[in-house]
Structure formats: structure tokens, C-alpha cells
Design a protein around this ligand. Structure first.
Ligand SMILES: [Zn+2]
Ligand SMILES: [Zn+2]
Length: 264
């Protein structure tokens, strides 16, 4: 008896990201972007001992995704998976590393299949993940730091049971906020992050292809609010005829600490 699959975002923002996923009875983390101490607390608060995490899959090398890796991996002897460019910045700092290719499919022993797919984010080797339970086909995708969503990425995550989808910024807040122009351009220029309206556009495709459960994540603390992200998503989908609670569910990942995710 392996128990149901589940997803619990532990941290989600430009200050740090980590998502706990249970698939086929195996716990994995996607990213480990907070201190080992905070990661440990968030896991225990979610009912999981850090020792029970079988692997950490890294999306890319930005510190908000890897900051906790050196201490966490050595303390709990957790294998770390990432692309060559991601692992290069962790050289010698993690206890056990496994290099993956940008289009890899990793089959964990007695666990899920983890598929990677490249994203046009602004560091080399950036990927998103789809975690598939080989027994019942249940799948969970984690899609943040997307740059711009292309057809390949849409197809990759299509028909997932749950998608943790980036909804980084409100375009008005970004444009009128205090960030310097080069940073604004970096965020919105196609290799940074996707906005609330882009996230809703993307969700329309996913709903049409069978996804019912969404978690919006990686919200900017400066250029977004949870209310704005949710309202933009729900209103934009409503304009296209999709009703929350009937056609889909959406939750917002908290910046700090575990968010109630979904149990499948
Ligand atoms: Zn990030
Ligand atoms: Zn990033």
C-alpha cells in the first residue's frame, strides 16, 4: 500500500522554492531553495521526515532553487538530480549527484518516472518536470521560471492531473513598480518569468486538454499579490467560459511554509 499521490508546495517565490511530491509511494522534492533548517521544518510540518525524501530534482541553478542543497543533501544523504549546468555550480557541495539531460526520463527504483523538459529561462540547463506514477498514470507537473511558454512545454505538461504553474507578476505592478528598467526587462522579456495573464492563457490550453487542478506559484512579492494572481486567473478563464469549481480548481502557493496542495 503506497498511499495516494500528493503535491505540497513548501516554499514558492523569488525568495526560495521547493515542492514536495509523493508519487508511487515515493517522496521527491522539486528544488531545494531554502536553508536546510527551513526545509526540514516545512517537511516535518507536512508529515514527512527529510530522510524519507528519495531525491531532489533541480529545475535550474538560480539560488532561489538550490540554496539549501549543499547542507540538505549532506545531512540527509539525498541524491540530487540536475542538468550539467545546474550541477556545475554545486561542484563538490552535494553528497551524491546525478546528471540528467534536458529531455531526460528518469525512472526511480520502485518510484515515479520523472520527465524533464527545457525551458527558455535565462540560465543554461533550465528545465521543468512532469512526475508520472507508472502504476496508475497519475501525473504532476511543476512549471516555474518559464521565460515564455511554447508549444513544446504545453505539450509536455498537457493532461497532467495537477500543474504547479508560474504566475510571477502583474504587468501593471511590474511596469509601475520600483524595479530598475533592466530588471523589468529581464523579468518580462521572454527569458525570465510569466505574468498572471500569461498563466491564465496557458491554463486555458491545459483545461481544454483535461487538467482540473492548478496551483499558482513563484509569485513575486514585489510585483504581485495572491489576490491579484487568483483574480486574474479566475476572471480571465471566466471570460472564456471556464468556471472555477466546475471546470477547474486553483490554489495559490504560499511564499513561506507549506500550502495545502492536492491529494490524488
Ligand atoms: Zn526562481
Ligand atoms: Zn530562475
Amino acid at each position: 500500500m503506497t498511499g495516494p499521490d500528493r503535491i505540497v508546495p513548501l516554499f514558492s517565490s523569488s525568495s526560495g522554492n521547493a515542492t514536495l511530491i509523493k508519487s508511487h509511494g515515493t517522496y521527491i522534492l522539486v528544488d531545494c531553495g531554502m536553508s536546510c533548517k527551513m526545509m526540514t521544518k516545512a517537511l516535518v510540518d507536512s508529515g514527512v521526515y527529510p530522510d524519507d525524501v528519495s531525491a531532489v530534482f533541480l529545475t535550474h541553478r538560480h539560488s532561489d532553487h538550490i540554496a539549501g542543497v549543499p547542507v540538505f543533501s549532506r545531512k540527509y544523504h539525498t541524491p540530487i538530480y540536475g542538468t550539467q549546468a545546474t550541477l556545475a555550480v554545486l561542484d563538490g557541495l552535494a553528497s551524491e549527484v546525478h546528471e540528467i539531460a534536458e529531455n531526460d526520463i528518469i525512472k526511480l527504483e520502485n518510484g515515479p518516472e520523472v520527465r524533464a523538459f527545457p525551458t527558455p529561462h535565462d540560465v543554461p540547463g533550465s528545465v521543468c518536470y512532469r512526475i508520472v506514477n507508472p502504476e496508475n498514470g497519475t501525473s504532476i507537473s511543476v512549471m516555474t521560471d518559464l521565460g515564455r511558454v511554447n508549444d513544446g512545454m504545453r505539450g509536455f505538461a498537457s493532461a497532467s492531473d495537477v500543474i504547479l504553474l508560474e504566475s510571477n507578476y502583474d504587468p501593471y505592478m511590474l511596469e509601475h513598480g520600483e524595479y530598475p528598467w533592466p530588471l523589468k526587462k529581464r523579468i518580462s522579456g521572454g527569458h525570465g518569468h510569466i505574468s498572471n495573464p500569461e498563466s491564465a492563457d496557458c491554463a486555458e490550453f491545459f483545461i481544454k486538454n483535461g487538467t482540473r487542478r492548478f496551483i499558482l506559484g513563484h509569485l513575486s512579492p514585489h510585483n504581485n499579490t495572491p489576490v491579484l494572481a487568483r483574480d486574474t486567473f479566475v476572471n480571465s478563464l471566466s471570460d472564456r467560459g471556464f468556471v472555477e469549481g466546475i471546470d477547474y480548481e486553483v490554489r495559490i502557493a504560499k511564499k513561506d511554509g507549506p500550502t495545502e496542495g492536492y491529494t490524488l
